[in-house]
Design a protein around this ligand. Sequence first.
Ligand code: NDP
Ligand code: 8X3
Length: 254
Amino acid sequence: MEKITLITGATAGFGEAIAHEFAAHKYNIIITGRRAERLEKVKGELEKKHGVKVMALNFDVRKLEDVKKNIASLPAEWQNIDVLVNNAGLASGLNNIQEGDTEDWEKMIDTNIKGLLYVTRTVAPLMIKNKKGHIFNIGSVAGKEVYANGNVYCATKHAVDALTKATRIDLLQHGIRVTGICPGMAETEFSIVRYHGDEAKAKNVYKGIDALTAQDIAEVIYFAASRPAHVNISDVVITPTQQATATYVVRREA
Ligand code: NDP
Ligand code: 8X3
């Protein structure tokens, strides 16, 4: 059987690009996401463009029972997962702590921390059983520093950073590789989601910047996954050339 990569949140952005990058290198792909129609569309495109096999699992990473049920529903040969990319995640809102919307907070904590944990808890035992595996957690520069009004999103990505390190230690004895990927500004649907659908506000975030693309991230992940078995790339911070830290950005004049 060919190699298999499972990517959470592959209906858009990084996840979709990562799916294409691994498919281009002839991995079979398991894609997940909540938007069923988009999931089917991405599945069709992957199959047509790369001629690989694709499984689409339609579930919300926040629901533990659904995570377990969907992974368990995979035929035995599909449970032989080589690479897991814990990508599904979001920022919701950009408010100071005293005015933050607690629904936004629940969404980010439940998706970025608990969802990532649920998927890892379900897939890691399969990797241990198969005596191989590589887990990528998508963190952020927001997991390395905090910035004004980023409070809860930054906290969730700091948690991802801690979990990446902890997972690497716990899975060390099983020879499973664990890599943290920490991007800066990348133009996907991320800011549209953060601003609750306000596309003009989202566009403005990247004004005067050659932002990262989803493809930039996908290529780095494939590079790390394709290193020889004895090499583990632990942590990668990737920013646009115009971004030095989470907040220090030099924009082109209009
Ligand atoms: P997008 O909004 O373009 O994509 C997010 C993906 O996550 C979608 O496929 C979405 O699918 C999925 N997703 C969100 N919530 C859930 C859920 N509850 N269950 C299952 N899937 C879910 O954003 P990006 O591609 O930019 O973001 C991907 C990851 O990268 C996130 O973890 C984000 O925090 C991180 N990141 C992004 C940066 C950026 O600047 N873009 C920088 C640093 C990190 P669906 O809606 O169909 O469920
Ligand atoms: C996404 C990048 O700078 O908006 O994690 O936090 S940032």
